[in-house]
Design a protein around this ligand. Structure first.
Ligand code: PLP
Length: 394
């Protein structure tokens, strides 16, 4: 079952976050109930109801999908068990042996999944720096089936000119399905379908749910044909999000506006603070005069809350990461609490070291996801970590 919604809302996104319209509960419950049922009884054999089996459809999941489709400015949305299954459902719309173009600074798990699909379905994947438009154009083929990008990239926070990417793909690879992983920004800050992408997907484990108490994925599109193909895959393998997780995600989304706003404000301040301490900071918009800021502002409404920093020394990075108290050492991002990690040892460890080196992912890189704590506490915590590192003469 696919869902159809009107995505031309008259309200702002902050209002829409809390206005859940897909709730068809018989008692008009304000909060969408959890329909914790695998099956749904049918009245007659020749008259099937709206739902029959939760792998194919469930009222809690449908309410969430209708809600997210609106927020992601889509006609169709599907929620899956996590972000990786969302990507898998998209990749599996491609025929065996397809040519796929993907960024060279993608989330490590996306890279691993692409490699698994290369081995299983014989996909030919060209990884390329999507910020280098000439290099990007050079790897496109008339028969390229799918293009996958992230912007900002993860974890180097590089900005690609996504509008230029759309233009190039439409000219050089007319049949390619253009896909953007928008996990870093969320629908509050960026709507890739508005500037020509065919599919946008997100790990709902991050900003969408916001509390690291669930895992989920969301896939949105406007094309009926693509929706049919993606839903076929989800139903076939049962990747749809479970009712309880759908409920948690519906709840998390309601506070996403204030969460992202606060985390972003904290991130802007922390980025400036870390720069003032002499670190090289990757964060969109830090330098208002640089070209990438202009590009970034052309497709996003704010820098988000994830940054990465270079310290110049793996030992110094390790000490900083381990000396902070408020920043939890953890993979992932987009939660209310601040998190810190070293991608080469954690989220991107599944990429071989030679490949990481080749793609310019430094071992000393620290990724920080800023939460909603008091910014003065966060700065003081980092200041303390810097003092510990100095004490160790690092
Ligand atoms: N996309 C990005 C940018 C991510 O960082 C992640 C996870 O960290 C994913 C997708 C995968 O999402 P999940 O962990 O929910 O499968």
């Amino acid at each position: 079952m696919t869902i159809m919604v009107d995505f031309n809302s008259k309200y702002s996104v902050e209002t829409e976050l809390v206005r859940v319209e897909g709730n068809q509960d018989q008692y008009n419950a304000s909060s969408v109930p959890i329909y914790q049922s695998a099956t749904f009884r049918q009245n007659r054999l020749d008259e099937m109801g709206k739902f029959d089996y939760t792998r194919s459809g469930n009222p809690t999941r449908t309410a969430l999908q209708v809600h997210l489709a609106k927020l992601m400015k889509a006609k169709h949305c599907f929620v899956t068990s996590n972000g990786m299954s969302a990507l898998d459902m998209i990749l599996k719309t491609c025929k065996a042996g397809s040519h796929i173009v993907a960024g060279d600074d993608l989330y490590g798990g996306s890279d691993r999944l692409l490699n698994l699909n290369i081995a299983t379905y014989g996909f030919h994947v060209s990884n390329v720096d999507t910020c280098d438009l000439a290099a990007f154009e050079a790897v496109l083929r008339p028969d390229t089936a799918l293009v996958l990008i992230e912007s900002p990239t993860n974890p180097l926070i590089k900005i690609c000119d996504v509008r230029a990417i759309v233009k190039i793909v439409r000219e050089k690879a007319k049949n390619a399905v253009l896909v953007m992983d928008n996990t870093m920004l969320s629908p509050i800050l960026c709507n890739p379908l508005d500037f020509g992408f065919d599919i946008v997907y997100e790990s709902a484990t991050k900003f969408l749910s916001g509390h690291h108490d669930m895992m989920g994925g969301a896939i949105a599109m406007r094309s009926d044909e693509l929706a049919k193909a993606v839903f076929f895959n989800i139903n076939a393998c049962g990747a749809g999000l479970a009712p309880f997780e759908s409920f948690l995600l519906l709840r998390g989304i309601k506070t996403m506006g204030i969460r992202v706003e606060r985390a972003q404000q904290n991130a802007i301040e922390l980025a400036k603070f870390l720069k003032s301490k002499g670190f090289s900071v990757n964060f969109p918009g830090l330098d208002p005069n640089c070209k990438s800021t202009v590009i970034f502002n052309s497709f996003a409404r704010g820098p988000g809350a994830v940054m990465s920093i270079h310290t110049g020394s793996v030992e110094l990075s390790k000490t900083l990461v381990e000396s902070t108290e408020l920043f939890e050492i953890s993979v992932s991002f987009g939660s209310v609490e601040s998190l810190i990690s070293m991608p080469a040892y954690m989220s991107h460890a599944s990429i071989k070291k030679e490949v990481r080196d080749q793609r310019g992912l430094p071992e000393d890189l620290i990724r920080i996801s800023v939460g909603i704590e008091d910014i003065e506490d966060l700065k003081a915590d980092f200041e303390n970590a810097i003092t510990i590192a100095k004490f160790k003469k690092l």
